[in-house]
Design a binder for this molecule. Structure first.
Ligand code: AMP
Length: 189
């Protein structure tokens, strides 16, 4: 059973590559960003709580996203394996995920870290902003998402490095090229 985390800064291509990975390896996909956007669109209690912080480019609270992940895993007990996109984003979330893995008897196969220079990331996100309709794909929010990434998310890399679970992948190139590199890594896990 494969259980993979796709990791990387905002705009690294996690969502795009996840589409291909989940198909090829028959994984159940969970994107906390996508779920939070659905909650916001439906104006649920969670959605209303996170709306302001997300549109500014900040992170939702660890408790809120942990509850989302817990509920999702519990309701997909028959999954062949999971692909986590955008979670964990803090060391606290990584620790919570360890506990959830124990609770549900899941074993982490590996963390794929997409590496892309910041100028390319900004360019990609501004381009995406033209059609995504996302409140956080504007230059101020993008800048703040990088601040949050540097301060809170980057330390997650060390967390998984220490567990020998981290696989760095160059995230610059065509979608097909990057997917090829990802498959090479997954096939060796
Ligand atoms: P994404 O779609 O992964 O780029 O996430 C979009 C936004 O949702 C992020 O900038 C955060 O505001 C929020 N978000 C998504 N995942 C998390 C998470 N694991 N922890 C906190 N906030 C999150």
């Amino acid at each position: 059973m494969l259980n993979i985390i796709i990791f990387g800064p905002p705009g690294a291509g996690k969502g795009t590559q996840s589409e291909f990975i989940k198909e090829k390896y028959n994984l159940t996909y969970i994107s906390t960003g996508q779920i939070l956007r659905e909650e916001m669109a439906a104006e649920t209690e969670i959605g209303l709580k996170v709306k302001e912080i997300i549109s500014k480019g900040g992170l939702a609270s660890d408790e809120i996203v942990a509850a989302i992940i817990d509920k999702f895993i519990a309701s997909h007990a028959d999954a062949n394996g999971f692909l986590f996109d955008g979670y964990p984003r803090t060391v606290k979330q990584a620790e919570i995920l360890e506990d959830l893995f124990k609770k549900y008897n899941i074993c982490l196969s590996g963390v794929l870290s997409l590496e892309v220079p910041e100028d390319i990331l900004v360019e990609r996100m501004l381009e995406r902003g033209k059609t995504s309709g996302r409140a956080d794909d504007n230059i101020e929010s993008i800048r703040y998402r990088f601040v949050e990434y540097d301060n809170k998310t980057k330390p997650v890399l060390d967390f998984y490095q220490q567990k020998n679970a981290l696989h760095a992948i160059n995230g610059v190139g065509t979608i097909e090229e990057i997917f090829g590199k990802i498959c090479n890594v997954i096939d060796k896990i």
